[in-house]
Design a protein around this ligand. Sequence first.
Ligand SMILES: [Ca+2]
Ligand SMILES: [Ca+2]
Ligand SMILES: [Ca+2]
Length: 205
Amino acid sequence: MDTQITVETQTSGRIYENDDEQAGTLRSRVLFQAQITEMVVVTIENVRELYDEHLTYNVYAGEYDPGPGDDYEPDDDPAQAAPIGIGESQNRSFHVDTDVDRAYFPVKSGHRYTVQTANLAHGVDTVMTVEVGSDHYESDDVEAGNLASLIGLEPTGDGTAYVMIYNKTGWGGDDKTYVLRVTEAAATPTPSPMPRGAGRSLRAG
Ligand SMILES: [Ca+2]
Ligand SMILES: [Ca+2]
Ligand SMILES: [Ca+2]
């Protein structure tokens, strides 16, 4: 017996599936959050395609507490945004379907910053926006096939950058993890004139 559970919401048309609850077990578990009041249809199959009256199992349906989420929750409201330091990596998650994550950091005029998501768990596809003053940046995928998000910015004035991230797949759970990182690019070196012949003398030395 190796169960697979499929839950299909009848009005919003969402489908949640699970084969094995975790590696090493054949049990199945689907956790989902209702967005509206509606019926769900639950289908349980034996993926081994064996059928016998002795192949029995138990099924349980109940409510669960999704828990508080990552260390930066609650941060869904703009006023609850958590500070992130330059060079800091924060381990975050989309613990519920509707989770929105927010962060902010101070910026200096003329400096270059990169904000990115990384180490996306299965079922995570980040979409990120950054607001600095009246400037708005948005990133879905770094490139084709890479679902992480990346925004580079060079503010024209000192201020605060406000970051917002959500999961495009709409899946929630403590295992829907990712890393949020802010880095400052090294300052562009000021070109200085080189004495004629310097390259040759270096090689000779
Ligand atoms: Ca979160
Ligand atoms: Ca959040
Ligand atoms: Ca993405």
